[in-house]
Design a binder for this molecule. Structure first.
Ligand SMILES: NC(=O)c1ccc[n+]([C@@H]2O[C@H](COP(=O)([O-])OP(=O)(O)OC[C@H]3O[C@@H](n4cnc5c(N)ncnc54)[C@H](O)[C@@H]3O)[C@@H](O)[C@H]2O)c1
Length: 372
């Protein structure tokens, strides 16, 4: 059993991320060390996680008093109502701060579980077992937790770090392709914003990642975690540097909102489209070269991902996104605050590319593929 370990050291606490295949058997040993006073454990488990995983966890943790809470993870159930229901269950079961909550699921489960852990008696031990590629390479790192409000996504939340993250890649076997692409989009984004060498490696090995070849998947997850951590460490409360992680996401959020968060376009597909549109914008603004842009396009074409941006090959499709771009959380005035690219591995400074609507309407014609 080969386990890769990444240590996160924050100003107030530190924890490890363990990555490997079939590594969940390490859980009891780790719990003993990091939260030795635990008696009760509540497991909040995504209902789509295979049963054999639940059985394995039950078996490994049988010496504790276990409570299994099956969670139907979707953006609607990522709510304060769910949080309240679970918190009340734990209160009735007399959980206290030395006990433990474990989240087993994708980013939704992790965000909800982390938020519950942060507010339950002002903070209870928390372990995250991410079960989607997106959660393993992105959502489980950085300590952002939270739920949606009817007024918008992720509007209620906290910053709270887990005691441990275990990313077992064997759990990804049951993950549908569309969900896998969501994680891949963030891996590709991490390489584009920070690491040219990793980008070149991805160019060669994306097919190995999609075929879930262990060595390649482990490496991509580890590199991706390290890049996200690099930005998070510099800016734990998300004031400036961390905004680099938003590359591709300004357009992506507008695409998702325009489509009413329909399952037809997943978050990952929207990010893949957004990265192309924002690369084109970088090119038009003279920030990056045609060569940089073409290198990114090549990765899409070689891996059948170009369908994601081909939807935006007419200027009307782009103009239709403008009303949704106006509501982006990063905007501080009437301009749209883009995070643009200078080269593979290097972005422009955050808050330096605010574009007004009139200009954006003009460039929407030029954003169309045929001009490059
Ligand atoms: N906290 C952060 O920093 C951060 C970062 C990025 C995204 N997020 C949040 O993460 C959420 C998206 O995360 P996600 O893409 O993991 O979505 P998700 O949690 O909805 O999981 C995606 C789907 O996969 C299913 N699933 C999970 N594990 C599975 C498995 N092993 N096998 C089969 N099916 C499985 C889920 O039931 C769900 O239907 C969003 O709510 C987003 O806001 C948070």
């Amino acid at each position: 059993m080969k386990i890769q370990q990444i240590k996160f050291s924050g100003s107030r606490n530190s924890y490890s991320i363990l990555i490997g295949r079939n590594i969940l058997s390490i859980l009891p040993k780790k719990i003993k060390v990091i939260c030795p006073k635990v008696q009760k454990i509540a497991l909040i488990i995504d209902k789509n996680v295979p049963n054999k995983l639940k059985k394995l966890i039950r078996n490994k943790l049988k010496r504790y008093k276990l409570v299994f809470l099956n969670f139907n993870a979707n953006e609607k159930s990522k709510s304060i109502k769910t949080v309240n229901e679970i918190v009340e269950k734990l209160l009735l079961l007399n959980f206290n701060r030395s006990d433990l909550i474990i989240g087993v699921g994708g980013g939704i489960t992790g965000d909800v579980t982390g938020f519950i852990a942060s507010i339950f008696k002002r903070g209870i031990n928390y372990i995250n077992i991410p079960t989607t590629l997106l959660a393993q390479v992105d959502a489980s790192i950085g300590g952002k937790t939270g739920v949606n409000s009817r007024l918008g996504k992720n509007l209620i939340g906290s910053f709270y770090q887990p005691k441990l993250v275990i990313s077992d890649t064997s759990i990804l076997n049951s993950l549908p392709k569309k969900e896998f692409i969501c994680g891949y989009a963030e891996i590709l984004k991490h390489s584009i914003i920070k690491d040219k060498k990793f980008f070149n490696w991805l160019k060669k090995n994306t097919k190995n990642i999609f075929s879930k070849r262990l060595k390649y998947l482990n490496y991509a997850i580890k590199k991706s975690c390290l890049i996200k951590m690099f930005f998070v460490n510099q800016d734990v409360n998300e004031r400036n540097k961390r905004m680099v992680l938003n590359f591709g996401h300004t357009f992506a959020h507008a695409i998702e909102k325009k489509n009413n968060f329909s399952k037809n376009i997943s978050h990952g597909e929207a990010v893949l489209s957004g990265m192309i549109l924002e690369s084109r914008l970088s090119l038009l603004k003279g920030l990056c070269s045609v060569k940089t842009y073409k290198q990114i396009i090549d990765v899409y074409e070689e891996n059948n991902l170009s369908y994601t941006y081909k939807k935006f090959s007419n200027s009307k499709a782009i103009r239709d996104l403008i009303p949704f771009l106006k509501n982006d959380k990063k905007n501080e005035d009437k301009k749209i605050n883009f995070l643009l690219l200078k080269a593979i591995g290097r972005t422009a400074e955050p808050n330096k590319n605010k574009i007004d609507i009139t200009t954006l309407k003009k460039v929407s014609k030029l954003l169309v593929n045929r001009n490059f």
